[in-house]
Design a protein around this ligand. Structure first.
Ligand SMILES: Nc1nc2c(ncn2[C@@H]2O[C@H](COP(=O)(O)OP(=O)(O)OP(=O)(O)O)[C@@H](O)[C@H]2O)c(=O)[nH]1
Ligand SMILES: [Zn+2]
Length: 224
């Protein structure tokens, strides 16, 4: 799948001002990148200029703080307590503004890539007592259908080839590393833990390999 940059603009938020960049794939699926302190690499410069710019970037710039966030309409927009997505997104936006240098890659892979309708079907099975993983499998769907191949071209657009990645999911680290992005640090993000999502987080920890400890604390606890 190839991804094309479409357009960008400034976006003031309650966390501070971001630049918002839209990318599209051949199927017309839109992905979004919010950036702070990152400049678009000028595509039309000749190879020497681009190389010099890259070397300048490596020499002078800190490693940007980056969050790869998968769309969760219920958590991001409706403040659902069934997951931790809303607090994760807000905390990451705030942390990136505080460092002044980084990006949110907001990937339109709702419901770990199975789509909103199937996620709500899975929620209906969860209402009957099944966990987040079994609910997907009972629907004949993969536990996690996401891909991350859009991340390299999105990051390349702003000249980023090394990141401090905000995540508890080792698959994201592995995917980026295998696709030429240097993950120099993983920054854990444990926020928004509540009575309604404790089982969901435990399933991610115990059955899906997420790097969460027994008490849902990690070395860096960005609790807001
Ligand atoms: N299928 C399904 N998707 C869910 C469910 N709860 C949340 N999601 C989706 O899961 C995605 C977020 O993924 P998570 O597994 O929570 O976390 P992650 O992004 O892999 O890892 P972190 O970087 O640590 O947040 C979003 O696309 C949500 O819509 C659920 O019960 N079933
Ligand atoms: Zn969610």
């Amino acid at each position: 799948m190839s991804y094309q940059f479409i357009t960008s603009a400034t976006l003031p938020t309650r966390h501070g001002e971001f630049d918002i960049h839209i990318f599209e794939n051949e199927d017309g699926q839109e992905h979004v990148m919010l950036t702070v302190g990152l400049s678009v690499v000028e595509q039309n410069k000749d190879a020497v200029d681009v190389l010099t710019q890259k070397q300048d970037t490596l020499a002078e710039r800190p490693i940007p703080l980056v969050r790869i966030h998968s769309e969760c309409l219920t958590g991001d927009a409706f403040s659902s307590l069934k997951c931790d997505c809303g607090p994760q997104l807000n905390t990451a936006m705030q942390a990136i503004q505080e460092t002044g240098y980084g990006a949110i890659l907001y990937l339109r892979q709702e419901g770990r890539g199975i789509g909103l309708t199937n996620k709500i079907r899975a929620y209906a099975l969860q209402d009957q007592g099944h966990d987040t993983l079994d609910a997907n499998l009972m629907l004949g769907l993969p536990a996690d259908a996401r891909v991350y191949d859009m991340c390299s071209p999105m990051l390349a657009h702003v000249g980023v080839d090394a990141v401090r990645l905000i995540t508890n999911n080792p698959e994201k680290v592995a995917y980026l590393t295998a696709h030429g992005i240097d993950v120099v640090e993983r920054v854990p993000l444990v926020v928004g833990v509540n009575d309604m999502n404790a089982d969901y987080l435990a399933t991610k920890r115990d059955r899906m390999g997420h790097l969460l400890d027994k008490e849902f604390n990690t070395a860096i606890h960005l609790n807001k």
